[in-house]
Design a protein around this ligand. Structure first.
Ligand SMILES: *[C@@H]1O[C@H](CO)[C@@H](O)[C@H](O)[C@H]1NC(C)=O
Ligand SMILES: [Cu+2]
Length: 140
């Protein structure tokens, strides 16, 4: 009994996966990949590989760009501005706390990067697709 409980307690750490996301690859205003499918307990490591960006949670529709400091939406998160202008390849790690769809964007340039499509989705679903979020961001 004790050993079974102990084993179950270890499960998240045994099976947790890290998902790597590149921020600004090829100097583009983009996250790559744009969609991350992750389980509770997984981590997502965002690495800024060019310029100066943020990884900020966003609302799905409405006034998306730019997300506010601190992020928007349920359980908001925000890396703050991370610059690779010095070649330091700064990272931000987000731990997935549930499987509900979450969306994010860069808040640099007063939303200019976000409106240019610098956006991503974590666990989007049929009624909250990445394509719809991207269209909403571009139009915001
Ligand atoms: C990064 O961008 C922010 C917001 O525009 C700015 O305040 C900050 O000075 C920039 N950092 C560097 C190192 O340029
Ligand atoms: Cu940016």
């Amino acid at each position: 009994m004790f050993s079974k409980v102990f084993f179950l307690a270890l499960l998240p750490s045994i099976f947790a996966v890290n998902h790597a996301v590149s921020v600004g690859a090829n100097n583009a205003l983009a996250f790559s990949p744009t969609t991350i499918t992750a389980a509770v307990g997984d981590t997502i490591t965002f690495t800024v590989v060019s310029r100066n960006h943020s990884i900020s949670s966003a609302q799905f529709s409405g006034a998306i760009c730019p997300p506010p400091a601190g992020g928007a939406g349920f359980g908001p998160f925000d890396s703050g501005f991370l610059s690779n202008l010095d070649g330091s390849l700064p990272t931000f790690v987000y731990t997935v706390v549930d499987t509900q769809p979450r969306f994010g964007a860069c808040r640099q340039a007063n939303g200019g990067h976000c409106r240019a499509g610098m956006t991503f989705a974590i666990n989007p679903d049929a009624s909250h697709t990445y394509a719809d979020f991207l269209a909403n961001a571009r139009a915001s």
